[in-house]
Ligand binder design. Structure first.
Ligand SMILES: Nc1ncnc2c1ncn2[C@@H]1O[C@H](COP(=O)(O)OP(=O)(O)OP(=O)(O)O)[C@@H](O)[C@H]1O
Ligand SMILES: [Mg+2]
Length: 433
């Protein structure tokens, strides 16, 4: 059973002259009043009484008081806490009547319940850390978040490379008419040399024919000039003429082949190969871009799987308030981050989380509830009651929603004799205001 404040009395603390309060066991006890009347001083006094010296107000003793500050808190577990005397010394009496100290109080007093602004003013990550500490999945979630960040960063880098590679490939020239592999000059040169060799052979035969023709000519001269040698010369001449005939025949069938086409091909070879290389580069770039796009898709699937895992982890946790979560290391409520929550939602979230921090602590102090309209106040009060939580809160108002009105450091209508009667709980939560 969590511990509540059953009764509170203070004298001469900060703005308080004398105040005695019996808060409702569950739900909201609103302390109203105009500005500067001592509302916050009441909460500060409770915090000092229960939270120890670190909650001691800077000017704890009321100016002009002729008696020392005095605080007395009766708790629902039977403990009685007092600060009195010149040094405001602490006395804690346990339920059996034995003396105890701050250590006993710390077992059921949650420091953040005495100082909710400290939680509310913490940054988003600190709030999320507090929640994760409560639900006990912080390490696993941080691990998943780190993994998501790593894969996400990797995917971003791959995506950028894939995109620029694709741009690069798109801008490269392409030659559809070029062959698919580079061609080499050696084969063409070999064919050219064969033809040139055959043509050389032809030339040699032509030269031979020309020589024989010359010889016939000389011999005919010899026939003319040398009658005596006519017969031999005639024979030689006839033979030479026969040879000449054969040679002529063989030379007349010969035809030279053209190397023009090969020469043109040789000239074009470099240009063709340049196009072939360009096509190969483009194909390679496109292939790389395709592979990177495939990797990007795979990484997206990894991120989605990790996100599903973290959602499952949070869904499976025992949350202080349905709708709470942690997104990218920041606390969220119904999908909104702290700054996007309404003021009343912020209060509800803070109260729920702080309550879970120490379930033995059944109360929380809330200053400045002006931001809540009456309907929201009533809803908040009903929620607190449902949670079995006691909230002692202040509000600049003298309306009927306030169970207690503080005026000039006192509870309105409360004098020394009738203190408690004036603070008897009313049925205000049931819609009186
Ligand atoms: N030790 C002290 N003795 C006398 N007055 C003090 C002391 N400490 C603070 N005060 C005065 O108390 C007043 C503030 O009291 P408190 O904060 O309790 O009022 P409040 O009702 O909460 O006001 P608000 O509505 O503005 O929040 C200030 O005027 C401050 O100067
Ligand atoms: Mg105040």
């Amino acid at each position: 059973m969590s511990v509540k404040i059953t009764q509170f009395e203070a004298e001469n603390v900060k703005r308080i002259k004398a105040v005695q309060i019996i808060p409702a066991e569950n739900g909201l006890t609103l302390i109203g009043g105009d500005n500067n009347q001592g509302k916050t001083s009441v909460l500060d006094s409770i915090a000092w009484a229960l939270g120890g010296d670190k909650f001691r107000p800077a000017a704890a003793q009321r100016d002009g008081a002729n008696a020392p500050a005095h605080l007395r808190v009766v708790l629902s577990n039977g403990c009685i806490v007092e600060r009195k005397g010149k040094n405001s010394a602490l006395t804690v009496t346990d339920p059996t009547g034995k003396r105890a100290g701050q250590q006993l109080l710390n077992e059921f007093v949650e420091a953040l319940a005495l100082d909710l602004p400290r939680f509310m003013n913490a940054n988003d990550r600190e709030k999320a850390d507090t929640l994760l500490k409560i639900i006990g999945v912080g390490d696993m979630l941080a691990c998943i978040d780190r993994e998501i960040k790593q894969v996400y960063d990797k995917r971003t880098a791959i995506g950028q490379i894939a995109e620029s590679k694709q741009h690069y490939a798109d801008e490269m020239l392409e030659y559809p008419e070029a062959p698919s592999a580079p061609i080499f000059a050696t084969e063409l040169i070999r064919r050219q040399q064969d033809i040139l060799a055959r043509n050389g052979e032809n030339q040699r035969k032509r030269d031979l024919a020309a020589q024989l023709e010359q010889q016939v000519h000389l011999l005919q001269q010899k026939v003319d000039n040398l009658a005596e040698q006519l017969r031999e010369a005639s024979e030689a001449c006839s033979k030479a003429m026969q040879d000449l005939e054969t040679a002529r025949k063989s030379a007349s069938d010969l035809q030279d082949e053209s190397t023009a086409e090969l020469e043109a091909d040789l000239q074009n070879i470099e240009e063709t190969n340049r196009k072939v290389r360009a096509n190969m580069d483009k194909a390679r770039a496109e292939d790389e871009a395709r592979q990177l796009a495939e990797q990007y898709k795979q990484l997206t699937e990894n991120i989605n799987a990790l996100r599903a895992k973290r959602t499952a982890l949070l869904n499976g946790a025992d949350l202080p308030l349905p709708g709470l979560g942690v997104d990218d290391g920041r606390l969220t409520y119904n999908g909104h981050q702290w700054n996007d929550m309404s003021g009343s939602d912020q209060l509800r979230v803070a109260t729920a989380i702080v309550r879970k921090l120490n379930p033995n602590c059944g109360f929380v102090l809330l200053d400045k509830l002006e931001q809540m309209d009456l309907r929201t106040l009533r809803e908040f009060g009903a929620w607190l009651e449902g949670e079995g939580l006691q909230a002692i809160a202040t509000r600049v108002s003298t309306g009927g929603e306030c169970r207690i009105i503080i005026e000039d450091g006192r509870v309105r209508g409360q004098d020394t004799e009738t203190r408690l009667e004036a603070t008897t709980p009313r049925q205000w939560m049931k819609g009186e205001f």
